[in-house]
Design a protein around this ligand. Sequence first.
Ligand code: ATP
Ligand code: MG
Ligand code: MG
Ligand code: MG
Length: 455
Amino acid sequence: PTFRAPASKASANPAYFEDRMRLSRYFLPTLKETPSEAQIVSHRLMLRAGLIRQHAAGIYNWLPLGYRVLRKVEQIVREEQDRAGAQEILMPSIQSADLWRESGRYDDYGKEMLRITDRHDRDMLFGPTHEEVVTDIFRHNVRSYKDLPLNLYQIQWKFRDEVRPRFGVMRGREFLMKDNYSFDLNQEEARKSYNRMFVAYLRTFERMGLKAIPMQADTGPIGGDLSHEFIVLAETGESEVFVDEKLLEKPIPRDVDYGSDLQPIVDDWTSLFAATDEKYDPSQHPAVGEGIVTARGIEVGHIFYFGTKYSGAMGAVVMGPEGDEAPVHMGSYGIGVSRLVGAIIEASHDDNGIIWPEEVAPYTVGLVNLKVSDTEVTAACDDLYAKLNAAGVETLYDDRDERAGAKFADMDLVGVPWQVVIGPKGLKNGVAEVKNRKTGDREEVSLESVVARFA
Ligand code: ATP
Ligand code: MG
Ligand code: MG
Ligand code: MG
């Protein structure tokens, strides 16, 4: 059958969805036992459902099912960046220390930076972030204000030698980040770039089924109010947060025109109080109880305007309209792509396993053959599987010769949003059972109409 991507999905990039799979041949090493090293539920479930395996402290292998989810998360991030006008590039993961000496951060960065020496005794490092590299690109290639605004992003592995890597991919040492960097002539223009990212972030996290709230963050010596952390509330979060409860219900802006003035949207969100404990001061800010709730949260994104900090130090200047040269104004914006996979599970699971939101689910449908030895059942399942594939419905087909109980448990564990179950009894009546993983609701659906439900 020819492959057709589902028309309803904005993220229908065929390259991402072609590896449909029969479970009998799928590399899916699930675990029955709860791994003792995992302290939080997302880490436990990622190990149990065969998404990841640890290679070394804070360094992970992504197995087929997990890697599929990672790519889906990545693709949503990419689409929302593109929509907001950022352009994708790829910078090196290994960087030259010289650039960091220019910016003055080589000594400051401390032990989180993994330092490497090459065979010629040159100091290199594994990039924990890319301000220096992108500023270097800019200073060699952009001259005039006419080339601004410019916003470049990448989705790239970072390495930070965290003191306490833990919670699986939530605090890894090697982790996947979307990072971008905006370049503008002055602060007023930079604020517009900042606002575009602010709104793009709201939309990005919502598409993954997450409620991420922008919270005031430290601006350090830069000052001002242009730094926000996007935080998903979760009991296992590492930060304590203080949030106006009205923010928890606030609808995410849709159909955003990124060419328009986004300040009203940003004002709407930032006029209500939200901050982590680092910024919360009970003597100055609204008290807990009076509309403010306190909770724990996971930092999934961070946006920051830092002006001419790096451009000044590294000589990244642009010619203004009057012919005068001045350092370009920059901002940087990060999203923890691999951390998000854990955060999504923290937000969406039950005692039986993961419950994937549809947009990031590794597969939309889990097709369960209840009796592989029954040739009629198997023929019906094979037929339905072929039709689902032909219709572009991403399907994980459990064609293993296993007990029904084990199959149900595995499907629940891996969290595919819809289970379609075919057994001898149903087949006699020409029906499959369709189960919604999230609600547990079951429904009998005629075999002919199954595909239409998902296509
Ligand atoms: P944290 O406070 O959790 O240490 P950070 O403030 O140091 O994060 P940033 O420099 O703001 O991180 O990086 C951008 C994003 O990268 C963060 O918002 C987070 O989602 C992600 N991130 C940072 N460190 C890690 C890590 N060790 N493992 C996984 N994701 C990370
Ligand atoms: Mg950190
Ligand atoms: Mg932080
Ligand atoms: Mg941060």
